[in-house]
Design a binder for this molecule. Structure first.
Ligand SMILES: *Cc1c(COP(=O)(O)O)cnc(C)c1O
Length: 354
């Protein structure tokens, strides 16, 4: 149905051993490319050998940051099949980001077909050691050579793939998180809801301060009153308070995580009470003080679940669940990874096997 040309590499790379993978260091042999030219639209879908791209120094991406990206994974299941987890959601979200950044939307079906073909071509690059996966990074950059401030008239959509190691080689260790009081990640009406590089650039400062003090990530509060909780690092956040799981409602400045959405479905299917609503840092402190703050965890594609063992706010430290992973976090981790690696039947219809 789609015309996707494939040029195979004549020079395949050696695949790294699973122990050295880490995250984002190695790239598979091929990449998917699609061009956009004003007046023509998106054209020339192709799979080509992984290679550098050449851009004019005036290409708009270098100056005004018009770019969007996505992140998802391919897994090898227990029965040795390649599996994608809700990939259509990533392309739907990419298009929502596109609209916010004035980038022309892509054909989601074509993107999915391109991804499937790319994963099939580089099937051997999906590592199979426990907990490993092939991280997939679709992205779009503005390529028009022009310094005028306006939406670019040319773009490239590219998908690259990186074999990545197990996030939890030594078991799931809860992380220490620092509540950021000075800087904010996003504001209402801004780009917080879009997956765009600028959000990450502006978050580096808070991240740097947190890590200098020995904290793994930043907990972001809202950009208005610095009271409502938004996200943790580049993950969505959940709190279990007195038996109910609470996560901030999508309010326009929070990135709508696909893992977040999946967790909400799993929780509801298990009959766990869940609420999507505003939750302030004061409410969390109060729950901590009266002993009802039972679990805190972040969710995202990279780690699936990242339990929070300590929260530091205004100089005070809250130790959550004695610094251990909680029951709900454990259950969610096992359910989602079970579906992703094929240990558990996918009753939600979330997986695509290639
Ligand atoms: C990508 C991202 C997430 C997590 O989204 P998933 O689809 O679950 O991986 C959360 N917050 C931010 C800021 C993100 O960029």
């Amino acid at each position: 149905m789609f015309d996707i040309k494939t040029e195979l590499t004549t020079n395949p790379k050696e695949k790294p051993a699973s122990e050295v993978l880490g995250f984002g260091h190695y790239f598979s042999d091929h990449m998917f490319v699609l061009d956009y030219t004003e007046g023509i639209g998106w054209h020339d879908a192709r799979i080509v050998p992984y290679q550098p791209i050449t851009l004019d120094p005036s290409a708009m991406i270098f100056h005004y940051g018009q770019s969007v990206f996505e992140g998802l994974k391919a897994y090898v299941t227990v029965d040795k099949q390649a599996l994608l987890f809700r990939p259509e959601q990533n392309f739907r979200r990419l298009n929502r980001s596109n609209e916010r950044l004035c980038i022309p939307t892509i054909d989601e079906e074509l993107a999915l077909e391109g991804l499937k073909q790319l994963v099939s071509v580089d099937r051997e690059w999906i590592p199979s050691a426990p907990g490993t996966s092939l991280y997939i990074r679709p992205f779009i950059i503005a390529t028009e050579p022009n310094l005028g401030v306006h939406p670019s008239k040319k773009y490239q959509f590219i998908i690259i793939m990186s074999p990545s190691g197990s996030y939890y080689k030594e078991g799931i260790n809860p992380v220490k998180i620092m509540v950021e009081e000075q800087f904010v990640r996003a504001v209402k009406g801004g780009t917080g809801e879009a997956k765009t590089g600028g959000n990450y650039a502006s978050a580096l400062k808070g991240q740097e301060i947190a890590s200098r003090e020995g904290y793994a990530q930043t907990l972001w509060l809202d950009g208005k009153g610095n009271k409502n909780i938004e996200e943790v690092g580049s993950m969505n956040i959940f709190f279990k308070i007195n038996g109910t799981v609470v996560t901030p409602a999508l309010n326009g400045s929070i990135l709508p995580g696909i893992t977040r959405d999946s967790m909400l479905h799993v929780l509801k299917s298990k009959g766990v009470p869940v609420e999507e609503r505003n939750i302030s840092i004061d409410e969390v402190v109060e729950a901590y003080n009266n002993g009802t703050l039972e679990e805190v965890f972040g969710t995202g594609t990279a780690a699936v679940i990242s339990p929070v063992g300590e929260l530091k706010y205004l100089g005070d430290k809250m130790i959550i669940n004695e610094g251990k992973i909680g029951e709900i976090s454990q259950m969610l981790y096992e359910t989602l990874t079970g579906i992703q690696y094929g240990f558990i039947e996918d009753t939600f219809g979330w997986t695509i096997r290639l």
